[in-house]
Design a protein around this ligand. Structure first.
Ligand code: PDD
Length: 284
């Protein structure tokens, strides 16, 4: 079952108009959430970010914070999901052709809940490889990556490059050549026991997993540096990992053709701390 506008419907009946501006223009926003043992981790933070994205594109959400939360749990419950991947999608809605958002008085509101499929264990044991691609991350004064937008071509073009190069994730630089983020993930590296990650000002999504990792690192007494970094910093790093809501902390085994093997020591420590925070959240 899926949640479409105000009700639960079967997948077959979950149909939207070809005039939906999400389809026509990529006009909309989304969030990806993960549920553990029936509890949606950091649900309030995800909904808050959804509201922030909405406000940045001038979209009035059809429900309030609590209404969205309730709809998420209703959708999971209807499917009997406890370990779930949940996606909230809100588009501008159907309207005549044309860009003016006022053409669409009613946003389309969708919640999809899928049984969570674990990533292969080998990804965590051996790490995944990443490629620094030629496609630059959207310039923040053009389309701010802070908006978790349905307009995903920037990321898809980057992804195509990483696929061609046999890499698991593509890392994009910003317009100045600073390391920004992956197509669906944030990036971190460790150098001389300092945990480094691009500052949000570089033009990235302010990842919720990223925030938790930074907090966990500080609690563990690991020095943290949010800044502006170059590809060479990744090539010369001791450890590299990527993060998002579904993959949590994913170790990176290689960056482009860099030969020296990466270590996973602090990466593993942080993943453990992340897992602990998830466990505490579920208990609460
Ligand atoms: N992606 N950067 C980008 C471009 C992303 O799309 C995502 C999340 C992240 C990490 O954000 P978070 O830690 O809040 O999940 C960073 C989700 C998982 C997706 O696209 O489905």
């Amino acid at each position: 079952m899926l949640y479409l506008n105000n009700k639960l419907v079967t997948e077959k009946k979950a149909l939207i108009s070809v005039f939906d501006h999400g389809f026509l223009y990529g006009d909309g926003i989304y969030e990806t959430l993960r549920a553990y043992k029936g509890a949606v981790f950091m649900i309030d933070e995800h909904i808050e970010r959804l509201f922030r994205s909405a406000s940045m594109i001038g979209l009035v959400l059809p429900k309030g914070h609590d209404g969205i939360k309730e709809a998420v749990y209703q959708t999971m419950k209807a499917n009997g999901h406890k370990e779930a991947y949940v996606r909230i999608t809100i588009s501008r809605g159907p309207g005549p052709l044309g860009l003016d958002p006022a053409l669409c008085p009613q946003p389309t509101f969708v919640i999809i809940s899928k049984e969570f499929m674990d990533y292969p264990r080998s990804y965590y044991q051996k790490g995944v490889n990443i490629a620094i691609v030629n496609t630059r991350r959207n310039y923040k004064k053009a389309l701010d990556p802070k908006i978790k937008s349905l307009n995903f071509l920037n990321n898809i073009l980057a992804k195509r490059e990483s696929i061609d190069r046999g890499a698991y994730e593509a890392i994009m630089l910003n317009h100045n050549g600073h390391v920004a983020e992956g197509t669906i993930s944030n990036i971190f590296f460790v150098k001389d026991n300092i945990l480094c990650t691009p500052a949000t000002g570089v033009g990235i999504l302010d990842g919720i997993t990223r925030r938790i990792i930074l907090d966990a690192a500080r609690e563990l007494g690991i020095k943290v540096k949010e800044g502006r970094f170059r590809p060479e910093d990744l090539y010369n790093a001791d450890e590299v990992f990527i993060s998002n809501t579904t993959m949590e902390v994913m170790p990176v085994s290689g960056v482009d053709d860099k030969k020296t093997p990466l270590k996973f020591t602090i990466t593993r420590q942080l993943h453990k701390a992340y897992r602990k925070k998830v466990a505490e959240y579920i208990k609460g």
